[in-house]
Design a protein around this ligand. Structure first.
Ligand code: ATP
Ligand code: MG
Length: 507
């Protein structure tokens, strides 16, 4: 209906412009009668003519219409020609139109999306026409579906091809093709990034799939608001991340790959993994959790990297406990005196066992290439994050600025951090018991993980006071423990004596 209307409108407009010339007048009259004859004959041709003749008439009519039609049409097909790959331009147009025009569309289709089909998405229905306006110019979009006519002896339904078609007046050709369509595609891509279900990828060797990564939906709820940390430090990290994500042109200008390395270090349970989830949620990035000990060699490491997508965080957790990055297999880690945390020792032992069995041949130089060599060729927008409990154990080459651009220490819980927990877990901004917590926190150390555990209501009816007193008790116990430890160390020190400048333990 729409092309016919535009054709007639276009013909009339063209006719008006040429009114002055009488020679042309006759030509237009002829043309008009030709069109009228065509329109009259068309149903008969369609019904009775052989297909070859019909096609000939169709082509001829289309050419005639195009001649008079002042409107231009551009199509965005769902699939690229002879390819099973979905066109990214089509996907961007779809996202843009659904966001920009679904309120004005009269026929919409509804689909459930998300995990458990929990949310309802509305999009423009097939063959629906919607209008969009850009810099005062109207354009018309139609969502089309073409069902293939080819018949086969298959039970499968005939294949369908979807496309969006934009129609606009030819006088706006330059503006539409150079500005509007770029605007549609870039907005559409932004919307898709915002709405996409992010993924958590892992490189487990158990699954020999076509891709080197297996993935699941990333649903970690951590955000920077829920992260317990000094507000100033938090603000600085958030600003750094946001600046990075908006610096495409800057990185291009200075000739650097658009990537940034973060080193998160600190004792267990201080929020390193939680911060990675908060980063992914802030920037809307996918997460690639790279288990180095499962990577066979440097070549496999490169292939894994090549398969990562833009807008992603590549994470190597506990990098000090991963494979040996100095060229030799690691010696069994001796239990150091300051290994107070049993969990930490267990973690190291587990990693060592994995390492022994893995036979990974990834080397430090392989990893360095991974970070800056090949990495630079991978285009845009990637963060790489290392976490460690022992920053001093890492090779300086691995964490020098330029590779790990930002070093962030996550440490024991501060009073400011506790207030974030109190707000999130107990919905408390202030409470008389906070003073006791503050003074105890000044005297002893407690990890954010322990604070979180104590403030977590153990039953639906547990009062905030009870949770706070649990925390106070835990802090007092930690203080006593620390005092006892200090006493023991002092006693041990007294038992040593200095003999001729040498320290000796008396027999
Ligand atoms: N800074 C924090 N803010 C909010 N929650 C935290 C923070 N630190 C720890 N937690 C809580 O403690 C739990 C453990 O934290 P997380 O796994 O992030 O620690 P980690 O530093 O990665 O420890 P590890 O070194 O053992 O890997 C999390 O589930 C989270 O609930
Ligand atoms: Mg962790």
């Amino acid at each position: 209906m729409f092309p016919a209307a535009t054709m007639i409108g276009g013909a009339m407009m063209a006719k008006k412009q040429r009114k002055g010339s009488s020679a042309l007048k006759g030509m237009w009259a002829n043309m008009g009668s030709t069109i009228a004859t065509f329109m009259f004959l068309w149903p008969i041709i369609r019904q009775y003519c052989p297909s070859v003749l019909r096609r000939y008439f169709e082509n001829y009519t289309r050419r005639l219409m195009d001649f008079f039609n002042p409107y231009i049409r551009i199509s965005f097909h769902e699939f690229k020609r002879d390819s099973l790959r979905r066109s990214s331009a089509y996907a961007a147009v779809e996202a843009y139109l659904n966001a920009a025009t679904s309120k004005s569309a009269k026929r919409l289709k509804a689909e459930t999306t998300g995990k458990d089909s929990s949310s309802l998405t509305l999009s423009i229905d097939e063959h629906e026409t919607v209008t969009d306006e850009f810099e005062g110019v109207n354009v018309w979009w139609v969502s089309n579906k073409i069902v293939s006519q080819s018949r086969s002896l298959s039970y499968h339904p005939a294949p369908e091809k979807r496309l969006y078609t934009i129609t606009f007046h030819q006088k706006h050709r330059e503006m539409i093709t150079e500005s509007y369509l770029k605007h549609v595609v870039s907005k559409g891509k932004e919307i898709r990034v915002r709405n996409r279900q992010r993924k958590l990828y892992t490189n487990t060797p158990a699954q020999k799939l076509s891709s080197m990564w297996s993935h699941m939906v990333f649903e970690h709820q951590a955000t920077f608001e829920t992260l317990a940390m000094e507000p100033e430090k938090k603000r600085e990290i958030v600003e750094d991340l946001l600046t990075f994500s908006k610096s495409k042109d800057f990185y291009a200008k200075i000739g650097k790959a658009w990537k940034r390395g973060y080193l998160l270090y600190g004792p267990p349970g201080t929020g390193k993994s939680t911060m990675i989830a908060a980063m992914a949620n802030l920037l809307n990035y996918d997460v690639y959790d790279l288990e180095l000990s499962s990577v066979k060699d440097n070549t496999e490491l490169k292939r894994l990297l090549i398969e990562t997508t833009n807008k992603s965080i590549i994470v190597i957790e506990d990098i000090d406990c991963s494979i040996d990055l100095t060229g030799q297999r690691k010696k069994k880690t001796e239990k150091s005196a300051d290994d107070q945390n049993e969990n930490l020792s267990k973690k190291i032992a587990k990693k060592e066992a994995k390492e022994e069995g893995s036979g990974s041949k990834v080397t430090l130089s392989g990893l360095l290439n991974f970070i800056d060599g090949l990495w630079s060729a991978c285009g845009g927008e990637r963060l790489i994050v290392f976490t460690t409990n022992y920053v001093e154990k890492l090779d300086p080459a691995l964490i020098r600025r330029g590779r790990m651009d930002k070093h962030i220490e996550l440490s024991f819980c501060s009073y400011e951090g506790f207030k974030v927990f109190a707000k999130n877990y107990l919905d408390l901004d202030m409470h008389p018991m906070f003073d006791a917590v503050q003074s105890l926190m000044g005297e002893t150390k407690i990890t954010p993980a322990d604070v979180a555990e104590n403030l977590m209501p153990k039953s639906p009816v547990e009062e905030a006071e009870k949770c706070l007193s649990n925390l106070i008790q835990a802090l007092e116990e930690a203080k006593e423990e620390a005092a006892k430890k200090k006493d023991t160390t002092m006693k041990d020190a007294v038992q040593y004596q200095v003999v001729d400048g040498e320290t000796e333990k008396p027999s």
